[in-house]
Design a protein around this ligand. Structure first.
Ligand code: ATP
Length: 458
C-alpha cells in the first residue's frame, strides 16, 4: 500500500504523460501530466477506451480480425514514434510516444505502458528556427527590403502601419517586386511576431488538395488520409498566414476563405466541429483582383474582406533610385557568400541597367547580378559581364552610348576572346554581347588572329 502511494507520487512528478492500457483497450491508469496535456480529467479517461485520444499512430487490431485490442499486444514490440493525439477541446497535439508491454510471469501480456512527450513547443521552435535562418540573410534595409526611393519609403510607412493592426492586408504589384518580403516584414514588426509565419501559395496545388492543405484533415477523412494532418491555418495559430497568389484560388477555396475571414473559424476536412482561426491574413497577388471580380472570376465579398489594407509594391522601372542600392546589396551578399571582394559596377554597366525595363523587377535584377558576379573575375562589373539577354534587349540608344563609353575596353583582343568564350564560340552571340555587328566581330577575329573553333581553349 505504502509502495503504491510512493509509485503514484513518482509517476505524477513526471513531465511526460503516462498511460496504462489493458488488453481490452481500457485505460487503467494515467498520471497528472497526461491529464494536463489532453485536457481530460482523470475520471474522463479511467475506464474509457484509449481511442478517446484518437491517436493517429495507433494501429488497432480489433475490427480487422485480430484478437488483441491493438497491434502492440499482437506484435510484442517496443518502439518510439511521432504521433498526433486529439485534446478534449479538439485541437491536435504532436507527441513522441514510447510504448512497451508488461507481462505476467508466464509471459502473458497484462498492460501496455505508454509515455507521451509533448512536442508542440518543439514544433513551434523548429518553425521559428527555419524562419530566423531565412531572415538572418536578409536583415538589411527595411526588414530585408532595400529601397531609398520616395515610392518605397511610402511603402515602408504603410507596412509599419499595417503591422500595428490585425486587419487583413492585400499586397499587390508585378511579379518580383518584393510582395513576399513585404509580408514577412509585416509579420516581423507586427504584434504576432512571436507566433509563426506560415506561407501558402493558393495557385500551387490541385484544387482537390488545397482544402486539406489549408484546413487540415482527420485520419480517415478520405482514401489515403492515414494520419491526422494539421492545416496551414492551424499551423499559423497565434501568427500570420501569407496567402500568396490569392487571385489563383479556385472558387471552392474562395468560399472557404471567406468563411474563415468572416467567422474566424474553419473546419478540418472530414470533421464538422469548427476550429478557431487565431491568425491574421496577409494576401498577395500580381493579378488585377478588381478586374477578376468584374469578370466574375473572384468573389467580390472575398475581395472586400482581403483588401482591408491594400499596399502596392511599385515596379522597379518606376523607382530607378533603388537600382544602385539594390545592385550593391546583391553584389555584397554574393561576395560575402563566395568570400570574394565586393565588385563595383562600372558607370557604363549602370547605364545599361538603368535603361532596362525590368519586366521581372527585383527578381530579374538579382539574377542579372548573379550572372555578372560569376563572369567577373576581379575588377568592376562591365557591360560585357551582364547577361546576353539584357544586352540584347537594351534600347539601341543606350547600347550605342555604352559602346561609345566602353570602346577602349571592347576593342581589345581579350574582350573579343572573352565574348566569344561566353558565347560558346557563336559569333552572332558574341557580337550581341559586345554591342557590335557580326561583321565587326569577323574583322576583329581576322585582325587578332582569333579562331572561334579554338576560342574555348584560350
Ligand atoms: N526591395 C527589395 N530588396 C531586396 N530584395 C528584394 C526586394 N524586392 C524583391 N527582392 C528579392 O527579389 C526576389 C523576388 O521577391 P519576392 O518573392 O518578394 O517578389 P514577389 O512580388 O512576391 O514575386 P511573385 O509575385 O512572383 O511571387 C526575392 O529574392 C527577394 O528577396
Amino acid at each position: 500500500m505504502e509502495f503504491e502511494q510512493h509509485l503514484a507520487a513518482i509517476v505524477n512528478t513526471m513531465s511526460e504523460g503516462l498511460l496504462l492500457v489493458g488488453a481490452d483497450g481500457g485505460i487503467v491508469m494515467i498520471n497528472e501530466a497526461l491529464s494536463r496535456m489532453t485536457g481530460y480529467a482523470r475520471d474522463e479517461l479511467l475506464g474509457h477506451a484509449c481511442s478517446v485520444l484518437d491517436c493517429d499512430g495507433c494501429q488497432r487490431e480489433r475490427g480487422q480480425g485480430g484478437a488483441a485490442w491493438c497491434r502492440l499486444f499482437a506484435e510484442k514490440t517496443t518502439r518510439a514514434k511521432h504521433c498526433t493525439i486529439r485534446r478534449k477541446d479538439g485541437s491536435y497535439l504532436p507527441v513522441l510516444k514510447n510504448q512497451t508491454l508488461l507481462r505476467d510471469a508466464a509471459g502473458k501480456p497484462l498492460f501496455a505502458v505508454e509515455t507521451l512527450t509533448d512536442l508542440s513547443e518543439v514544433v513551434v521552435l523548429d518553425r521559428k528556427v527555419e524562419e530566423l535562418t531565412r531572415l538572418l540573410s536578409a536583415e538589411e534595409g527595411f526588414h530585408g527590403l532595400i529601397g531609398q526611393s520616395e515610392a518605397m519609403r511610402r511603402v515602408f510607412d504603410l507596412l509599419e502601419r499595417a503591422a500595428g493592426s490585425d486587419a487583413p492586408v492585400l499586397l499587390t504589384g508585378e511579379s518580383g517586386t518584393g510582395k513576399e518580403l513585404a509580408a514577412r516584414a509585416i509579420h516581423e514588426i507586427g504584434r504576432r511576431r512571436r507566433g509563426p509565419f506560415v506561407q501558402f501559395n493558393c495557385g500551387a496545388l490541385a484544387e482537390s488538395l488545397l482544402e486539406s492543405e489549408l484546413f487540415g484533415h482527420a485520419k480517415g477523412a478520405f482514401t489515403g488520409a492515414t494520419r491526422h494532418r494539421q492545416g496551414r491555418f492551424e499551423a499559423a495559430a497565434g501568427g500570420d498566414i501569407f496567402l500568396d497568389e490569392i487571385g489563383d484560388a479556385p472558387a471552392s477555396i474562395q468560399v472557404k476563405l471567406l468563411r474563415v475571414l468572416e467567422s474566424k473559424t474553419f473546419e478540418r476536412v472530414g470533421e464538422s466541429r469548427p476550429v478557431r482561426a487565431d491568425v491574421r491574413v496577409i494576401s498577395a497577388t500580381n493579378r488585377d483582383l478588381a478586374r477578376l471580380v468584374a469578370e466574375g472570376r473572384f468573389r467580390e465579398d472575398l475581395f472586400f474582406r482581403v483588401n482591408v489594407i491594400p499596399i502596392t509594391l511599385p515596379p522597379l522601372r518606376d523607382r530607378l533610385d533603388d537600382l544602385a542600392p539594390l545592385a550593391e546589396h546583391f553584389l555584397c551578399r554574393l561576395a560575402h557568400q563566395a568570400g570574394r571582394p565586393v565588385p563595383s559596377i562600372a558607370p557604363e554597366a549602370m547605364r545599361l541597367l538603368a535603361a532596362h525595363p525590368w519586366p521581372g523587377n527585383v527578381r530579374e535584377l538579382k539574377s542579372a547580378l548573379e550572372y555578372a558576379f560569376v563572369v567577373t573575375d576581379a575588377g568592376p562589373v562591365e557591360p560585357r559581364h551582364l547577361p546576353p539577354s539584357l544586352i540584347a534587349a537594351a534600347a539601341p540608344a543606350a547600347l550605342r552610348e555604352v559602346c561609345r563609353a566602353a570602346a577602349p575596353v571592347e576593342t581589345g583582343r581579350d574582350a573579343l576572346v572573352d565574348a566569344l568564350r561566353r558565347a560558346g564560340g557563336n559569333r552572332s552571340e558574341a557580337a550581341r554581347l559586345l554591342g557590335v555587328s557580326r561583321g565587326t566581330i569577323l574583322n576583329r577575329m581576322r585582325r587578332y588572329g582569333v579562331d572561334s573553333k579554338h576560342v574555348l581553349d584560350y
